[in-house]
Design a protein around this ligand. Structure first.
Ligand SMILES: Cc1cc2nc3c(=O)[nH]c(=O)nc-3n(C[C@H](O)[C@H](O)[C@H](O)COP(=O)(O)O)c2cc1C
Length: 216
């Protein structure tokens, strides 16, 4: 059983990366083979509207075949048994990199067919991790609802977990960021973030368990 994790933050060691890593650790402890991709390592575009995925009778029909660095990542996702996506919230949405991946992942499997929403046949569990400066869940309701609705239709049961009020800088004194209560941010990092990582770990474990159940 293979579980793929995607870190959609441009930072490879910060909040989102750690959350995705913990989720993959949970999946590994539940018996999965895991692979983590950092989107910052790949140079790629969003959907270019080539429509090769809709071309009847073509080998490209039913998946995104645009041949840039993201192609192998998309292929790996489509062969996976569970998917863990992580993104910081940027202006109420996922990052541009994660959005580009979603465009290609979703449109590649879209069927303009009244009988089928998607050409993807496999149902896999999807866990989406969002990290935010916002102090609590509920600030991005339409983003969360949209991701859950679309992911569920293309892939399978989709669950979102959030790590909120994250630490954004190592040293707040060096940045133009007077609105933040630095001591509260540091306390959150020391006391709340470890619990967020634990939730991510449990979520990854659950993803692997659900994938096993799906396969049986
Ligand atoms: C370009 C940009 C836009 C952001 N927009 C939001 C936002 O709309 N809401 C929010 O809560 N946090 C926002 N943030 C803060 C990040 O989502 C937050 O710090 C996140 O945990 C960073 O993830 P990382 O540490 O994995 O990079 C933004 C940060 C950046 C750099």
């Amino acid at each position: 059983m293979r579980v793929i994790g995607i870190n959609g933050s441009p930072r490879r060691e910060w909040n989102t990366a750690q959350m995705v890593e913990h989720a993959l650790r949970g999946a590994a402890d539940a018996g999965a083979e895991t692979k983590l991709y950092h989107l910052r390592d790949f140079s790629f575009k969003g959907c270019v509207s080539c429509f090769a995925c809709l071309l009847l009778g073509a080998p490209t029909h039913g998946r995104c075949s645009y041949n840039d660095a993201l192609k192998p990542v998309l292929d790996d996702i489509l062969a996976a048994d569970a998917l863990i996506l992580g993104s910081p919230v940027y202006f109420g949405d996922v990052t541009a990199g994660m959005r580009a991946l979603l465009e290609r992942l979703w449109f590649g499997g879209l069927a303009y067919d009244p009988a089928h929403f998607t050409r993807y046949e496999r149902r896999i569990p999807v866990k989406v991790i969002l990290t935010t400066n916002a102090p609590a869940e509920g600030f991005h309701t339409s983003l969360n609802k949209g991701i859950v609705a679309t992911m569920s239709r293309f892939f399978g049961p989709t669950e979102i977990i959030e790590a909120n009020d994250t630490l954004q800088f190592d040293d707040y004194a060096r940045y133009d960021a007077a609105m933040f209560d630095v001591e509260a941010k540091k306390r959150g990092r020391a006391e709340r973030f470890p619990k967020d990582l634990e939730r991510a770990y449990e979520t990854g474990k659950r993803a692997a368990a659900e994938a096993t159940e799906q396969a049986s």
